[in-house]
Design a protein around this ligand. Structure first.
Ligand SMILES: Cc1ncc(COP(=O)(O)O)c(C=O)c1O
Length: 424
């Protein structure tokens, strides 16, 4: 198995937006109306650079084989590439041991793995799981299912009107009965960056574990699991330049060792007789069946790409774009922006409404201008309920977005406003 120490260091590159954009050929395409694409739907999924696309092709062209069981050259190479990708991901998030990285399909599967393999084993009726009101459905529904099945108590840290969490309530909501706090690092609907330190401190004080939904933080800012002092971290490759269908659960080794398998089948066993089976060691115990080898290897290439940029630089760039977008959109007649007012406390997400215009109509008219945004509830219906809106329009940014693209969004919105007769 590849150790983190055995990996070559990634050289940092200067943040050159023109060069970065050249790595994403899709950004040059036109949409159906003939307008140039302005891709502002990065919280849903990112685009992929040529380096990642090339890695997928290279894997299938030169190294494709099933892993772990083979002794032939291709199988040994494929296994080595898969394990190297695991080690790259481990280093990227500050994990000390690559075996703490479990490859899953996505964040959703990673959270469900914890609900299934840890919570179903260790929680009993009356135990409390605390989430927040700004969670994505994938960090609510698995716990509701567990509540209905096991009688655990599910509690929510409320959202304040500005989209931040009510930190005063944290003390009373996380109690001696809390066994797990499952919390997002950043809201996909509003962009709120959650002060994890406050939540982790309270969770530790009562002896609860902390699972962080890193779907919106790992792609966009430096994340170090040791510094965060959490127990589980879940994230998706497709939001960080990698293919669909590959995600990660990081967990502390002792916890992973104590947990039951997630699914049963090939690769996750040590022995099988007709009566019973014993389990393979972590991480194989949680990776039943043939894994998504090619996309894991491509995730390794995505991690290389982001590491070369430097995650501090990624965050700095997104903060600048977001700051610009907050100021630029505030000038558009009829636009109201939801969430924290400054880019310091939010990631690259701007959710807004345009007075009197349904978000869906905004999205459709913007599409004719080439501007791709997302409209709807963003899989965060409790946030929509708290804001008392059925849906919002959401622009979300990534490493390749420019202020000129924010201008295209703003002038597109001005045109939507004129079209629908929004008053100045
Ligand atoms: C904060 C957050 N959590 C979880 C998810 C679910 O990710 P996936 O659909 O890749 O499992 C998302 C996706 O938008 C998200 O933004």
């Amino acid at each position: 198995m590849t150790s983190i120490a055995g990996l070559p260091r990634v050289e940092h590159l200067p943040y050159d937006i023109a060069r970065i954009r050249r790595d994403f050929p899709i950004l040059k395409r036109e949409v159906a109306s003939g307008a140039q694409l302005v891709y502002l739907d990065n919280a849903a999924t990112s685009q992929r650079p040529v380096q990642v696309l090339a890695e997928i092709t290279r894997f299938y062209r030169d190294h494709n084989a099933n892993i772990h069981r083979g002794v032939h050259t291709l199988s040994v190479e494929a296994t080595e590439l898969y394990e190297q990708a695991r080690a790259k991901v481990a280093r990227f998030i500050g994990a000390s041991d690559p075996r703490e990285i479990i490859f899953t399909r996505n964040t959703t599967e990673a959270i469900n793995l914890v609900a299934h393999s840890w919570a179903r084993k260790f929680l009993k009726a009356g135990d409390e799981v605390v989430v927040s009101e700004i969670e994505h459905h994938s960090n609510i529904v698995p716990w509701q299912m567990l509540r209905d099945e096991r009688g655990i108590v599910l509690k929510y840290i409320p959202m304040l009107p500005d989209g931040t969490l009510d930190l005063d309530a944290v003390q009373s909501i996380i109690t001696e009965r809390t066994r797990l706090v499952a919390i997002t690092a950043m809201s996909n609907a509003l962009g709120t960056i959650v002060p994890l330190d406050v939540i982790v401190a309270r969770a530790k004080a009562v002896g609860a574990l902390v699972l962080v939904d890193g779907a919106q933080s790992v792609p966009h800012m430096p994340v170090d699991v040791q510094a965060l002092d959490v127990d589980f971290l879940a994230f998706s490759g497709h939001k960080m330049l990698a293919p669909f269908g590959i995600g990660v659960l990081w967990g502390r080794m002792a916890l992973l060792e104590s947990m039951d398998p997630f699914m049963g089948g090939g690769d996750m066993i040590l022995t099988v007789s007709m009566e019973q089976s014993t389990w393979a060691d972590v991480p194989a115990k949680f990776e039943a069946g043939t894994p998504n080898v090619g996309d894991a290897v491509a995730l390794g290439a995505a991690v290389d790409y982001l590491s070369a940029l430097g995650m501090d630089e990624v965050r700095r760039h997104e903060r600048e774009i977001t700051d610009y977008a907050l100021r630029r959109l505030a000038d558009v007649p009829g636009v109201s922006i939801f969430g924290v007012p400054d880019a310091e406390h939010r990631g690259g997400v701007v959710s807004f409404e345009l007075e009197g215009v349904h978000p869906h109509d905004i999205g459709q008219v913007l599409d004719t201008k080439g501007v791709a945004i997302r409209t709807g509830h963003h899989c965060a219906q409790p946030v929509m309920l708290a804001l008392n809106v059925p849906a919002t329009a959401r622009a979300s940014f990534y490493i390749y977005n420019t202020t000129a693209e924010v201008d295209a969004l703003a002038s597109g919105l001005e045109e939507v406003g004129r079209f629908f007769g929004v008053r100045k």
